[in-house]
Design a protein around this ligand. Sequence first.
Ligand code: ADP
Ligand code: MG
Length: 407
Amino acid sequence: MNRTDQWADDGQGDDSRAGGVAEAFGQLYGAAPDGVWAAPGRVNLIGEHTDYNDGFALPVALPQNTLLAARARTDGLLRLHSAQGDGRITELSVAALAPGAVTGWAAYPAGVVWALAGAGHPVGGADLHFDSTVPTGAGLSSSAALECVVAVAYDELYQLGLPGPELARIAQRAENAFAGVPCGIMDQMASVCCTAEAALHLDARTPWDHRQVPLDLRGQGLGLLVIDTRVSHDLGDGAYAALRAGCERAAALLGLPALRDLDAAGLHKALDALPAELVPLVRHVVTENARVVEAVSRLREGDAAALGPILTAGHASLRDDYRVSCPETDLAVAAAVDAGALGARMTGGGFGGSVIALVEAGSEGAVGGAVTAAFGAAGHRPPRLFAVTPAAGARRLVPQLARAVGR
Ligand code: ADP
Ligand code: MG
């Protein structure tokens, strides 16, 4: 890949992988798949740690997808294989699926089948083969991509006809109750409901009422650089649950259903009423929701460059108030801004993962190079860099479904 290609991802690459994934399926399972589906990873432009507070977020889908070749089975067997797995086929019985019964990566896709069945949908078994270009564990939501691609495939294989937000809710339930990760709904909503050339304005209280906000970065002379710091600090999972519990406790003390119900006008009075340790959490959530509203207004006015300072302010809030950044993400943000980025912030749950930088088109290489140099000087491994344009959400790639259950 030459340098120009690296910075100009057109988002079409993954669609052309469908044939190869179908072929690999045939070799594994000895038959052609019923279809091939794709679900992307995401970066969140702004609105971090707000979804589980019933608040706002503004994700875009990545051009990188998890592909799934799938074939329905009538015997209740669920077989799973991933090109990124351990080479084995995992065999499960749909009837025996229960939280705790499946460990490792298979818990995410199996959890979706369990959640669909638990919601009363008439689903059975399938043969599944996954192949993904979404970096895993990088804060880019490979877990949501893995869940959501199963949700959209099952929706068609078993002719459920569920709307996108319902598929996202099922996928979130799989991650929460089956894989045991207490995430909000943003990642799954982004993976299912994003559209190309747009950011998804999500209100986590009413996910079905999401809005597409047009975002033609290139048309506005801008680029979005993703900087995967390639660090993931272990304190992540327990800390996430503790933060979530802190927010819920603050809302309860304030007599509110969720922190989303507190606005900037009521913030100061509310902060006076809270124990000191909850003050910065509440301040982050309230100011972060306001930043999403502001960002959406700027985008609607056609001024995507105005997102820059909003991103950087969001990072300061994550670093100083919510305290989920780490030296590597702070360095990436500082180095990107020093090198001329319009703004930058950590994206995803935190404690490592990825940083996004909004840059002037053509300066991706210079900004990325400056971040790499800063990482080298600090003794960190070089980050992984790529530019993205907002891409499409989950979809079927192979046009005709060859076979459907019941036919
Ligand atoms: P993120 O969602 O930010 O990538 P997570 O820790 O939430 O990070 O999810 C990463 C996990 O998801 C991996 O450790 C693995 O278990 C699973 N996973 C994601 N994509 C795949 C894949 N293509 N094949 C197998 N497992 C995957
Ligand atoms: Mg995840």
